[in-house]
Design a protein. Structure first.
Length: 113
């Protein structure tokens, strides 16, 4: 019985946690777009998660070279994405998951307070 519950919980968490993978990173992987480098560029330019989130949201709703964090040369190799088909709530959730996945603070050893 415990195994059935464990498998069910893993399955549910897999479905729930996969919105970022399904909605965003699947294409990033297929197109070989370096997600971690993109996040680092956002972090260098906007420094706070709230500013990063706002800028990413604006780009994903109306993607173009002028509001992209990436240099213009990037678009020689990669095409501009289509505007996101996600509603605002889903898009914000995926952006939060993206930021959480690539957050550099997790990779640093920080002493506990």
């Amino acid at each position: 019985m415990a195994k059935v519950i464990l498998i069910f919980l893993i399955f549910v968490s897999f479905l729930k946690a996969n919105s970022l993978e399904k909605d965003c990173l699947e294409c990033h992987k297929r197109e070989k777009i370096p997600s971690s480098i993109i996040y680092k560029r956002y972090l260098l330019n906007f420094s706070t998660k709230n500013r990063i989130k706002k800028t990413m949201f604006n780009y994903l709703k109306t993607p173009n070279k002028d509001n992209s964090i990436l240099p213009k040369q990037f678009f020689i190799k990669f095409k501009i994405k289509q505007p996101s088909s996600l509603n605002n709530k889903e898009l914000n959730k995926s952006i939060d998951e993206f930021i959480e996945k690539y957050d550099l603070a997790k990779k640093l050893f920080l002493p506990k307070k």
